[in-house]
Design a protein around this ligand. Sequence first.
Ligand code: KG4
Ligand code: ZN
Length: 341
Amino acid sequence: MKKTIVLGIETSCDETSAAVVRDGKEILSNVVASQVKIHSQYFGVVPELASRAHIENINWVLKQALENAGLTGSPDLIAFTSGPGLMGSLIVGQMAAQTLSYFYDKPLIEVNHLEGHIFGAILEYPELKPPFLALIISGGHTELVMVERIGRYNVLGQTRDDACGEAFDKVAKLLRLGYPGGPLIEKKALKGNAGKIALPRPYMRGTWDFSFSGLKTAVLYYLQKNPLKKASKQCPDVCAAFQQAVIDTLLAKALDCAAKFGIKKVAVVGGVAANRTLRRAFDEGASWANVRFFFPRPGFCTDNAAMIACAGYHKFRYNPKKSSSAIKICTVDTKLPLRNW
Ligand code: KG4
Ligand code: ZN
């Protein structure tokens, strides 16, 4: 049977990425151009600068991805992130995808970014079959999703304010650590004592929703009462306490939800899932709860086009008629909710 080669394109936020994936599982290339250097001085992503950087990067990233894949012909399918994300950034990916679809005369598949993150786990673990629970923890989203079958999602809960990664980024800003905050807080926390500072756990009992803005404000109040002293261990302690509060909250909710729905498999995806301390805590929690957590490798947790190509492959296989041609104007949507196919 002929294999399907998918070219994936991801530009929803501050990573310009292109990947070539065969049959939804074999990665031939996955190129990611990060814009961290541009945004770190502002402690967060500046949308206007992000779109400009995507325009500068998209051509060489695509060229590199196609060359690295060593393709002799054209890809069979072009998949791109159509939302949610930053409008100016999404449009750059869409225009590239439409142009290539027209040039190669191949179908175009629109992929929801959150769906892409879920497929990051399927790409890593082809044996991971629904039903399973997905905990999506990224810079823009925190969601608990029941994956009933491939392409059928039931969103059980989501954040009511700050996303989990956003809280990491904002706390890092309060501490003047830089951007992205997650890896910087994780590193500092290794030298800190999580028990030294009492912070709340926003469990949001009775719902599957999340809320991290209060936790972030608790860190702010702590810092107002206890200004950071130079050369003290205080900053690592704040980082460790904050990180632990996030981990405890996410783990408790994921385990509660898995127990309630009788689910034994939980995929943990999105940038925050790259956090090693979180992964260790979850694995410990899993052993006594008889649940297995599926963590993609860190490069599949943060934004990348391989997960988009994988999602595009499955979507096309499920219903080839739902693909569009390059001539049709696709719609990018900054708030695109996770939809069933
Ligand atoms: O999934 P992602 O790359 O982009 C979005 O879709 O938002 O996630 C980026 C987020 C950022 O907020 C970043 O601080 C966080 O993921 N992140 C981490 C770690 N690596 C990235 N958070 C905690 N620990 C990490 N090691
Ligand atoms: Zn993402």
